[in-house]
Design a protein around this ligand. Structure first.
Ligand code: MN
Length: 233
């Protein structure tokens, strides 16, 4: 029997609607600048005719279940919410054609890509990696997974409120690169496996939170995610 010097971490996993079994999560992929209005508010408009999607990843340890209270992170004065539709991959695949992308979808979730915006923008503007801005402890918030095997979501309201006030409101039909295109493109770089999650990008209206704030967000037809922002720890 294998022994370890100390207890290995628990398996990262999310509840699944209608199932008692949890979905074990593998990797966390994030699409950057995937709604025009958000790209513009970041000062980096996207021209799909000449650009390709780009990605960043976060450590699996950042995965946080909806409803949690997480500490306001260190080293930021500008901790931002980003409301996102999350795709859960259910089947291994590499170099997946867009027209077959639906076969690799297990389901969807509502997620938050919490971001140290001040550090992300410093890194971006200095040409440095985004890790300190994006790979923030507790920053990958995810609702339960909703099984929708083979379904490609092409439209639906996406919205976020802070303390009940609407801050983000858009539709996933505004994705610059849609679900099929993202799965096809990402799978050119990675051998996707069941349990990989893809956060598909945020619409406009991103903004800062402070300790004590309560974030709620919804994707129509999928579900709701929430997060309580606690005191620094
Ligand atoms: Mn994001």
């Amino acid at each position: 029997m294998t022994t370890y010097l100390w207890n290995p971490p628990p398996v990262a996993a999310l509840p699944v609607r209608g199932e008692s079994a949890l979905l074990p999560v593998q990797r966390l992929f994030f699409v950057g600048r995937n709604y025009h209005a958000h790209a513009v508010e970041m000062g980096k408009p996207v021209d799909k005719s000449v650009e390709r999607p780009f990605y960043f990843t976060k450590s699996i340890q950042t995965l946080t279940r909806s409803g949690a209270t997480t500490p306001y992170p260190a080293q930021t004065q500008n901790y931002h919410f980003e409301m996102e539709l999350v795709v859960a991959i259910g089947k291994a695949g590499f170099q997946i054609p867009a027209q077959q992308a639906h076969e690799y979808i297990y389901g969807y979730a509502a997620g938050l890509d919490m971001t140290r915006r001040d550090l992300q923008l410093v890194a971006r503007d200095k040409g440095r990696p985004w890790d300190l801005g994006k790979d923030v402890e507790h920053s990958s918030v995810c609702s339960e997974i909703v099984p929708m095997p083979g379904v490609v979501i092409e439209q639906g309201e996406i919205a976020l409120q802070v303390n009940g006030t609407v801050q983000q409101h858009s539709d996933v039909n505004k994705l610059i690169w849609n679900i099929r295109e993202i799965i096809a493109d990402l799978s050119l770089f990675y051998h996707l496996v069941p349990g990989d999650l893809i956060y598909t990008g945020t619409p406009e209206g991103v903004g800062a939170v402070k300790p004590g704030d309560h974030i709620t967000g919804q994707v129509a037809g999928v579900g709701e995610v929430s997060l309580h922002v606690g005191q620094p720890a």
